[in-house]
Ligand binder design. Structure first.
Ligand code: KIV
Ligand code: NA
Length: 265
């Protein structure tokens, strides 16, 4: 199969075909996601939670994301691979470029960072040096110690308008994709309509250009009570492969996320 490129993802979103993304951290799951037709694989710093057992993503290092990116890339045949720049690895442009280079050398096709109009210097610097960038707005897990918990973002009219401005600033700075996490479904739609780059939602409603979930969450094997936006796709299936195929099917058809997985404004 032909490798999925950013141009392919852009044309999919322009034509209204939903983009599927899941996280993976190892080669077995990378190969499985490829077999199931998942277009984009994210090596999320959620590995701090689901692989390392931390209660937040802040302990994760660039070296660790790079290691998991290598594991995923080795078994990847055609999915588009995105790796997270972890906490405090993009504090200034030079550091961001060093960190991003490590992830690209490990096999990433794009790097993701949390933010925001406050990151436009970093985004621009990376893109001008040929590093494709995905931004991330809404709930920003790397800021959990500032936010005081994992909370839905952009609920007030002002916060929503500000987030639209921030998303536009990211696009103008050269970001080619944006993840929207835990925001009202109406705001997910508004941001998606305002941008020409694909939006990938996680708890951002059905109107984003695509959807992402943490693999362990959508298999229902993460400990504790899952966030509202998670659906257990292994429920009623007899294999992990069937669960991932069900996810792809439901994202493509618009069945997932349903209204029950979304947040009100
Ligand atoms: O780290 C991660 O897995 C992520 C997704 C939840 C978007 O950033
Ligand atoms: Na992340």
């Amino acid at each position: 199969e032909k490798p999925i490129t950013i141009s392919k993802l852009l044309s999919m979103s322009a034509e209204g075909e939903k983009i599927t993304m899941l996280t993976a951290y190892d080669s077995t799951m990378s190969a499985l996601l490829n077999r199931c037709g998942v277009e984009t694989i994210l090596i999320g710093d959620s590995l701090g939670n689901v692989i390392q057992g931390h209660s937040s993503t802040t302990p994760v290092t660039v070296e660790q994301v790079a290691y998991h990116t290598e594991c995923v890339a080795r078994a990847n045949s055609h999915a588009f691979v995105i790796a997270d720049l972890p906490f405090a690895s993009y504090g200034d442009p030079a550091q961001a470029l060093d960190s991003a280079a490590e992830l690209m050398r490990a096999g990433a096709d794009m790097v993701k960072l949390e933010g925001g109009d406050w990151q436009i210097d970093i985004i621009q610097y990376l893109v001008e040096r040929s590093v494709p960038v995905c931004a991330h707005l809404g709930l920003l897990p790397q800021s959990v110690h500032i936010l005081g918990g994992y909370k839905v973002q952009g609920k007030s009219k002002d916060a929503a308008n500000l987030m639209v401005e921030q998303a536009l600033a990211c696009e103008q700075a050269g970001a080619q994709m944006i993840v929207l996490e835990a925001i009202p479904s109406s705001l997910g739609r508004l941001i998606t309509e305002s941008l020409s780059i694909p939006t990938i939602g996680i708890g951002a409603g059905a109107d984003c250009s695509g959807q992402v979930l943490v693999l362990q969450d959508m298999l229902g094997i993460s400990p504790g009570k899952p966030p509202k936006f998670v659906k257990n796709f292994l429920d009623g299936q007899t294999s992990i492969e069937a669960a991932v195929k069900a996810y792809v099917r439901e994202v493509k058809s618009g069945k997932f996320p349903g209204p029950e997985h979304g947040f009100a404004g």
